[in-house]
Design a protein around this ligand. Structure first.
Ligand SMILES: Cc1cc2nc3c(=O)[nH]c(=O)nc-3n(C[C@H](O)[C@H](O)[C@H](O)COP(=O)(O)OP(=O)(O)OC[C@H]3O[C@@H](n4cnc5c(N)ncnc54)[C@H](O)[C@@H]3O)c2cc1C
Length: 369
């Protein structure tokens, strides 16, 4: 049995380990953290990613974590709808719904599906070489394949792909929070105004996941992030202020991306995967979904990393570019924003299929046969 070492036990690394194990590889996952990710946030899992999870044999358990999202749409800060989406039409078109799950629950499903002993926590990798050598404080391993799934700030990418520019700040910071469901009807939506975004979605456990972005200088933090969020979204339509008021922990993350995406995802025996390869803005909710696609394709072409790069570089750079375009649209102000709103409203009136069709290239992906 061939040996693979996966650096990083995020969604990408765990999925890659599972995909390789299902193809007969003996896999070790080295994660520097002492425990698996426990970020109190939601994660949109789109039809393309659900098909990847089905391929990994865990689509059923992941679907069981989700709430049906129903009809949603984009609103103005005063609550009027700019455009509404028809969830049933989307599901008919893409063959699957987009579901939203609690991130740690998805991580747990992936980790539990691995063979016992695969995951080694508290093992930081200090060096990786193109010949498959992996160094930790416990010693040196040599692997037939090394998967660098070490995230946005990937040290493996910095060392083995020095020509790749470091991640750039996208000009906006983000906040994520999970709160109890407020009384009354909850309209699932993303609200756009003043270059800011506030999203509200339902989780399968009855709670509500909210995410928000706003322009801000990089690396700024507030003493009280909940108060900072309340300040940004004061006066926005109900239930946004009440949801912020009810929040416990608020996670703040500056949005950074790799732009452009690296021209190749492999060197020697080492393959980049997930955010290490193609960190993107979260506007399409596709960062982790693309990591799940990477995992399936990597396991299929693990013996020929040229093919992995050839399939994944154009695909992920197109999705990242589409995500940046939405970031740009969501960030518009004043007359440009009014024009955008009119265009979106018109597109919605001309027919929901027109809007949905634009997502075909992203959401109709299927695992290689
Ligand atoms: C606000 C926000 C909202 C988002 N929403 C969505 C969404 O709805 N849907 C979606 O698909 N995506 C979303 N994303 C993107 C998604 O979170 C990422 O694309 C995804 O988590 C990347 O997973 P990964 O496994 O590649 O990297 P990571 O999750 O960053 O995992 C990397 C792992 O590597 C470990 N590591 C790093 N260095 C070492 C080392 N030297 N040795 C050992 N271990 C190491 C780290 O500890 C970490 O566990 C969002 C992102 C943000 C910021």
């Amino acid at each position: 049995m061939a040996d693979a070492v996966v650096v990083g036990a995020g969604i990408g690394g765990l999925a890659a380990a599972l995909a390789l194990q299902r193809r007969g590889w003996s896999v070790t996952v080295l994660e520097r953290a002492a425990a698996l990710e426990d970020v109190g946030a939601g994660l949109a899992v789109a039809p393309n990613a659900l098909r990847a999870l089905d391929h990994l044999g865990v689509g059923g358990p992941v679907r069981s974590l989700a709430a049906l999202q129903g009809t949603a749409g984009v609103r103005r800060p005063d609550g009027r709808w700019i455009a509404r989406t028809d969830a049933a039409a989307a599901e008919r078109r893409f063959g699957e719904p987009t579901i939203v799950v609690h991130r740690p629950a998805l991580v747990r499903v992936l980790a539990d599906a691995l063979a016992p002993g695969t995951l080694r926590l508290g093992r930081a990798v200090s060096d990786v070489s193109a010949d498959g050598t992996v160094v930790t404080a416990d010693g040196t391993l040599t692997a037939g394949l090394v998967v660098a799934a070490d995230g946005l700030r990937s040290a493996v990418r910095q060392k083995l792909f020095p020509q790749v520019a470091p991640p750039v700040y996208a000009g906006v910071t983000s906040w994520r929070l999970i709160v109890g469901r407020p009384a009354g009807e909850l309209k699932l939506s993303e609200t756009w105004g003043d270059g800011k975004v506030f999203g509200v979605v339902a989780l399968g456990d009855g709670r509500v996941y909210c995410y928000a972005t706003a322009p801000a200088p990089p690396q700024q933090t507030a003493a009280d992030e909940r108060a900072e969020l309340a300040r940004h979204f004061a006066g926005w339509h109900a239930p946004i202020p009440a949801l912020i008021e009810a929040a416990g922990d608020v996670i703040r993350t500056d949005i950074r991306c790799l732009d452009p995406t690296p021209p190749t995802f492999h060197r020697g025996r080492v393959a980049l995967l997930g955010d290490a390869a193609h960190a993107m803005t979260p506007n399409l909710g596709q960062g982790a979904c693309q990591a799940l696609e990477d995992a399936v394709v990597l396991a299929t072409h693990a013996g020929s990393l040229d093919r992995y790069s050839a399939e994944r570089v154009p695909r992920t750079s197109a999705v990242a570019a589409a995500s940046r375009r939405i970031a740009h649209l969501a960030g518009l102000h004043g007359p440009a924003a009014a024009l955008r709103n009119a265009g979106m409203a018109l597109a919605g009136k001309l027919g929901p299929s027109l809007v949905l069709r634009q997502m075909d290239p992203v959401l109709t992906w299927r695992p290689p046969t």
